[in-house]
Write a protein that binds this ligand. Structure first.
Ligand SMILES: *[C@@H]1O[C@H](CO)[C@@H](O)[C@H](O)[C@H]1NC(C)=O
Ligand SMILES: *[C@@H]1O[C@H](CO)[C@@H](O)[C@H](O)[C@H]1NC(C)=O
Length: 293
């Protein structure tokens, strides 16, 4: 931190000292274009340094002690489970037979931590602190299918799903890279999952992982049914919202009688930690804090 502050001060000093005009010999006029170019370059460098130091500050806060981190973390006291040899924390859920909330227009509308843990649904996103190539997601539906996905920034389907769940970005990738889940319980998807879209359909920003961007043989499907750029009533009725089961027998569309729970992998960072006397360890995301007991 201190190193970056010194570097930034040095850089400002450099910028200021290098802005004097170069007097070109001959005409005697003041040519500032070189100085302006240098200034621009220094500002660009300064910007880089500042953005790097912001990252470092964020990381340091996460790794040592930051009241906001604790607050965010404790606010999201969502359920933790053990499954397939790992620890998982809930972040998105829709209990079967919940009436679809008429006001909801986005299946990823909630920032991580903003839901009431006892609510019948939570359209939450992944925590911002999660890192793509270390992140994993677990889905368990009301028919007890359980799928596990490992994010991979080099897989275009995985990356688009990550950007939707983590960065709240719309997406449409079709027949690109296969991103199949590991099946923990239940039945594997019938077709290679190489397509994904997240976009508005019938008033609700919905998403779907499948083989062709159209309501059959999906693995993850929530919100309203979608087929290519629209919806096809061949597969289900209009204006029905909910989730599809992870294992889609053929062409099922999302409906409210299905339930779905999504978790992210959340290792216990307190596992090997011994806090000083009278402090207790609070687990974060790739971090922990020792707080007063
Ligand atoms: C949802 O409701 C239907 C109809 O009452 C019932 O058959 C079904 O078992 C319920 N689903 C779950 C998962 O509770
Ligand atoms: C705790 O220690 C064990 C054994 O060294 C190691 O395998 C594990 O990854 C550690 N866990 C954490 C969260 O640091």
């Amino acid at each position: 931190m201190a190193k970056f502050a010194r570097l930034a001060i040095f850089c400002v000093a450099f910028v200021v000292s290098s802005t004097s005009c170069d007097v070109t010999s001959g005409t005697g006029t003041c040519d500032c274009s070189e100085a302006i170019k240098r200034l621009q370059k220094s500002l660009d460098n300064l910007n880089d340094i500042l953005s790097q130091s912001t990252v470092v500050i964020t990381r340091n806060q996460a790794a040592t002690s930051c009241p906001n981190e604790i607050k965010t973390y404790q606010k999201a006291h969502y359920k933790v489970i053990e499954e397939d040899g790992a620890r998982w924390r809930l972040f998105w859920w829709y209990k079967a037979n919940t009436t679809w909330p008429a006001l909801v227009s986005d299946v990823l509308q909630d920032k991580y931590g903003d839901c009431d843990a006892s609510a019948p649904y939570c359209f939450g996103r992944l925590p911002e602190a999660l890192m793509e190539n270390q992140a994993e997601m677990l889905g368990i539906d009301s028919a007890d299918n359980a799928y596990r996905w490992k994010f991979n920034s080099n897989n275009r389907v995985s990356h688009a799903v990550w950007e939707a769940f983590h960065d709240h970005k719309d997406a449409q990738v079709k027949n690109v890279d296969v991103w199949n889940p590991k099946v923990i319980r239940g039945t594997a998807p019938k077709a290679a999952q190489d397509s994904f879209h997240y976009r508005m359909e019938h008033g609700v920003r919905s998403l779907q992982i499948d083989d062709d961007n159209c309501d059959c043989l999906t693995s993850l499907s929530m919100g309203h049914g979608m087929c290519l750029e629209g919806f096809s009533t061949q597969y289900g009725p209009e204006n029905v919202y909910g989730v599809d089961l992870l294992y889609d027998t053929y062409c099922n569309t999302p409906k409210p009688s299905n339930g779905l729970f999504l978790y992210f992998r959340d290792d216990d960072d307190c596992m090997n930690v011994t806090c000083p006397a009278n402090k207790v360890c609070v687990d974060g995301i790739y971090s922990y804090v020792c707080v007063d007991a």
